[in-house]
Design a binder for this molecule. Structure first.
Ligand SMILES: Cc1cc2nc3c(=O)[nH]c(=O)nc-3n(C[C@H](O)[C@H](O)[C@H](O)COP(=O)(O)O)c2cc1C
Length: 187
């Protein structure tokens, strides 16, 4: 069975990403074509990049890097749930991506974002990063607005119709994850 990791891309107290990831997971888990797991960067708790070498050398010295690499190596594809911080990617998410290379390569990725402009600028940046990590980013994006998809207490209140966009996205992500698995097996 294909394994898809749903990455919770922000870690501040009171963050929105955990609610969005849980909502996505609850829709995704009923699909028969893949297994899903939430990967919470708050639990992973990586320090700022502290490896002597760039990740491309695949010579990880630190235990936290080796553990992170082992975790990410298990997955065939990813859904990244991201906020937009200063028109870009939350630092904790960029840091977690920077830590590894081979473990991201030849895997598919889909983006879920939120912000005052639905997080589109963060995702545009993530698409550039995905290219450098040799990840195949699917077109379909699931997007939320911080003013209309959350209530005044910060509670996530997505419209029912948004569930359809999750399945549209997974209909792109899962076939690409499957295809890239055979690429990894043949190199
Ligand atoms: C450091 C920081 C920078 C932000 N920059 C932006 C931004 O550029 N665009 C935007 O739409 N929202 C921005 N926001 C507001 C976030 O969209 C909002 O706080 C959101 O809840 C952050 O995601 P999180 O709750 O998962 O941390 C920023 C928030 C923070 C904390």
């Amino acid at each position: 069975m294909l394994k898809i990791g749903i990455i919770v891309g922000s870690t501040r107290p009171g963050r929105k990403s955990d609610q969005v990831a849980k909502w996505y997971y609850d829709i995704a888990k009923s699909r028969p074509d893949a297994e899903f797991e939430i990967i919470d960067l708050a639990d992973v708790n990586l320090p700022l990049y502290d490896e002597p070498l760039p990740a491309g050398y695949h010579d990880y010295k630190n235990e936290h890097t080796q553990k992170w690499a082992e975790k990410i190596a298990q997955y065939d594809g990813f859904v990244i749930v991201t906020a937009e911080y200063n028109h870009s990617v939350p630092a904790v998410l960029k840091n977690a991506l920077d830590y590894l290379y081979l473990e991201w390569n030849n895997k598919a990725v889909a983006f879920v974002s939120y912000g005052s402009s639905n997080g589109v600028r963060a995702v545009n940046t993530l698409r550039l990063i995905a290219g450098e990590l040799q990840m195949a980013d699917v077109r379909q994006q699931v997007m939320f607005n911080v003013f209309t998809d959350f209530d005044e207490n910060n509670k996530f209140i997505p419209a029912d119709s948004k569930a359809e966009s999750v399945n549209d996205q997974l209909n792109q992500l899962i076939p690409w994850s499957k295809a890239l698995k055979s690429v990894r097996e043949n190199i």
